[in-house]
Design a protein around this ligand. Structure first.
Ligand code: MV4
Length: 447
């Protein structure tokens, strides 16, 4: 096992990693920007190193500074958390070249999954269902139009280096194809420095369902069930839950087994998420995320497994501590992301938290790095915490979450808690009957 782990992240995920390390008897170093000198992570880690000014590129994305901090403090491994450098293959490669362990999959797998065309081809060969579409990248508008006409409209043009929805173009009829193709190409070039695009049949009313997977260096691979993340706005998830309210046990078992087989086939190490679109009883692979995700607590609550500890153990070369059929799924869990934003305009609301009280009680978990008197810096993502509830079933979770939201006191900044309360009270949410477009539709109608 590692003696000391450097955490190359901030906020609630830095705390989450510190907590796992402390319980495992592993030392912690947190790197931080000047803006985060008074963070909870700096207070709770064994050691801290200031690595630069507030802007991400000067601190949390500054690879030489992070590697220097790891060398100076004698860390054996680096945990990247989510965001920042967590899916940067070059960082993973450099971490290993400098003699540290990267807590995550190999740089080669990060690279392969980062290229959406290669990822799709790879997982299709390993048996996952994919959306019908072009066989790889499409070079010209003429080729793209022909492929689309054969397949039938609507189609979606996607960037090979994309993800998170950037540079996508929906095309509803042949006459609009050329212009959309050119737009997609130039947006892909501008955003990712790569103008490779590919085409898929556009699914009109899918849900976003993702499977948590894990692999170790001994050839073992498992899935830990799904999370339904269909409640989102502009590709930012707001609510995540598991199990999905729309899957039957047979569907769940079938896609879970396919996901685990894929992870085994890839020789994948560590935690990963395989994202699918789900429509009319069918799954379609979308992307594989090669990091721990914001919503991992949903899976922790329904499985009882500490996913961060498991990441650390398999990175240290241990076998997966959990095996198929040796654990049980228990009840339901729902997570809401609390952002320091205006709940109507979504404009960020950084500043000082003047009053704070965390929710509690049976089945309530609050993962956050805020405290009374803390100043939320304006330089980073506006997520300030996650409220997760566990209960026997979905109805109990919704009631528990509404109760926990009412208990929560965060004053001095605006938060998205009122929006969450509204979502949880909607009949469509309560019945489970919605698509990935539901929230944006409702918001455009003025809630
Ligand atoms: C799609 C799709 C419909 N059909 N692909 C959005 C993010 C990117 N990773 C993939 N995305 C989508 N791909 C096909 N063939 C609809 C989306 C999509 C979406 C997916 C998940 C969650 C929210 C979304 C919002 C808009 C579009």
């Amino acid at each position: 096992m590692f003696k000391k782990i450097l955490i190359a992240n901030r906020g609630e995920i830095a705390l989450r990693i510190i907590r796992a390390c402390r319980e495992m008897g592993v030392g912690t170093v947190v790197v931080h920007s000047t803006a985060d000198a008074s963070s909870m992570a700096v207070r709770l880690a064994d050691e801290s190193v200031c690595i630069g000014p507030p802007a991400g590129k000067d601190s949390y994305l500054n690879i030489p500074s992070i590697l220097t901090a790891a060398a100076l403090t004698g860390a054996d491994a680096i945990h990247p958390g989510y965001g920042f450098l967590s899916e940067n293959a070059q960082f993973a490669r450099m971490v290993e070249e400098h003699g540290f362990t990267f807590i995550g999959p190999s740089a080669d797998l990060i690279d392969r999954m980062g290229d959406k065309v290669r990822a799709k081809q790879t997982v299709q060969e390993l048996g996952l269902p994919v959306v019908p579409g072009s066989d790889g990248g499409v070079d010209t508008a003429e080729d793209g139009q022909r492929i689309s006409e054969e397949m039938g409209f609507p189609v979606l043009i996607k960037a090979a280096s994309g993800g998170g929805g950037k540079g996508m173009q929906v095309v509803r009829e042949a006459g609009q194809f050329r212009e959309a193709f050119n737009t997609a190409r130039s947006e892909a070039k501008a955003n990712f420095g790569d103008d490779t695009v590919y085409i898929e049949k556009y699914l009109e009313k899918p849900r976003h369902i993702e499977i948590q997977v894990f692999g170790d260096s001994h050839g073992n691979a498992i899935h830990l069930g799904e999370r339904d993340c269909s409640i989102q706005r502009r590709h930012q998830k707001l609510v995540e839950e598991g199990p999905s309210p729309v899957l039957s046990q047979e569907e769940r078992d079938k896609i879970g087994k396919l996901a685990a087989d894929t992870v085994r086939g890839l020789g994948y190490l560590g935690a990963g998420t395989i994202e699918f679109l789900y429509e009319d009883g069918k799954f379609y692979f979308m992307e594989m995320n090669t990091r721990i995700q914001v919503e991992h607590p949903v899976t922790e609550m329904i499985t009882g497994i500490d996913l961060i500890a498991e990441q650390i153990r398999v990175a240290a070369g241990e076998k997966l501590s959990v095996q198929k059929d040796k654990f049980r799924f228990r009840g339901h869990a729902i997570e809401i992301r609390i952002n320091a934003e205006d709940p109507d305009t979504f404009i960020p609301s950084p500043g000082k938290i003047t009053q704070f009280h965390a929710p509690g009680g049976l089945g309530v978990r609050f993962d956050s790095a805020i405290y009374g008197g803390y100043s939320i810096p304006p330089y980073y993502d506006s997520m300030i915490g996650k409220l997760i509830v566990h209960g026997r079933n979905r109805d109990e979770c919704i009631r528990r979450l509404l109760r926990a939201i009412r208990e929560t006191v965060i004053e001095g900044v605006k938060t998205t808690l009122p929006l969450h309360e509204w979502i949880l009270k909607q009949p469509e949410f309560q019945s489970g009957d919605y698509t990935i477009h539901w929230l944006e539709q409702k918001l455009s109608e003025g809630r």
